[in-house]
Design a protein around this ligand. Structure first.
Ligand SMILES: Nc1ncnc2c1ncn2[C@@H]1O[C@H](COP(=O)(O)OP(=O)(O)OP(=O)(O)O)[C@@H](O)[C@H]1O
Ligand SMILES: O=C(O)c1ccc[n+]([C@@H]2O[C@H](COP(=O)([O-])O)[C@@H](O)[C@H]2O)c1
Length: 188
């Protein structure tokens, strides 16, 4: 099968992530999308980063009813920060029957040249890119595929800020995730 690996901090997962995964699974040749929750992005130091167990749980709740979406905690057991090329190598070795592609938002392309062994990611796997407002990536490579889809000005940063202000994030995150955040008083 062809699997799209959707790496992220998912702090928290929001509808933007779910729409991206759905477009990729439905409108490309990807059979499944696996959400890979990264404990520590090498480029991000966030005071507000929730424990990875909470972030994983919220992804699990968000995709519970979707047959072609899966979530993995594979990076929880790997060295930190989480380097995508190492995780790809691990997964490719563990699942030789699958072909893996990396799903990213367009904003990631502007600094992709700084990722560890980015040429290996491009040459051995390839990217499926979802457009993001404010990013206009000038990137050409035979293994980079730009998927045409609606722009979404939604971010986890905005959601965290809104919760902190005591305002509603209804419809921006799935109801089960909203309830989880409320019950555990996260981001307050
Ligand atoms: N609205 C969006 N449009 C396109 N891509 C997105 C969008 N939101 C997230 N992504 C992509 O999803 C992946 C995981 O993103 P991440 O979990 O960091 O969410 P985020 O909303 O960007 O978070 P934060 O605001 O905390 O930086 C990244 O590849 C990112 O580019
Ligand atoms: O491997 C790298 O060098 C690298 C550099 C920057 C980001 N990443 C990964 O890209 C993914 C998206 O990150 P984020 O925090 O924007 O959701 C996440 O899984 C990071 O670990 C990976």
């Amino acid at each position: 099968m062809k699997i799209g690996l959707f790496f992220g901090s998912f702090n928290p997962i929001h509808v933007g992530h779910l729409i991206i995964a759905n477009v990729m699974q439905d409108q490309t040749d990807l059979d499944e999308v696996w959400f890979v929750v990264s404990p520590q992005n090498p480029f991000k130091k966030q005071k507000t980063l929730l424990h990875e167990f909470d972030r994983h749980k919220m992804v699990e709740l968000a995709i519970a009813d979707h047959f072609y979406f899966k979530v993995t905690d594979v990076e929880f057991h790997m060295p930190r920060p989480s380097y995508t090329v190492d995780t790809l190598a691990y997964l490719a070795d563990k699942h030789p029957q699958h072909e893996f592609k990396l799903i990213v938002g367009g904003d990631n392309l502007s600094h992709f040249h700084k990722w560890k062994n980015h040429e290996v990611i491009l040459d051995n796997y390839g990217l499926y890119v979802y457009p993001r407002p404010g990013s206009n990536p000038d990137f050409e490579h035979p293994n980079v595929r730009f998927v045409e889809a609606p722009l979404m000005d939604i971010s986890a940063t905005f959601i965290r800020k809104t919760i902190r202000k005591g305002k509603s994030v209804k419809y921006l995150i799935p109801t089960a995730v909203e309830e989880y955040i409320r019950d555990k008083k996260l981001f307050t």
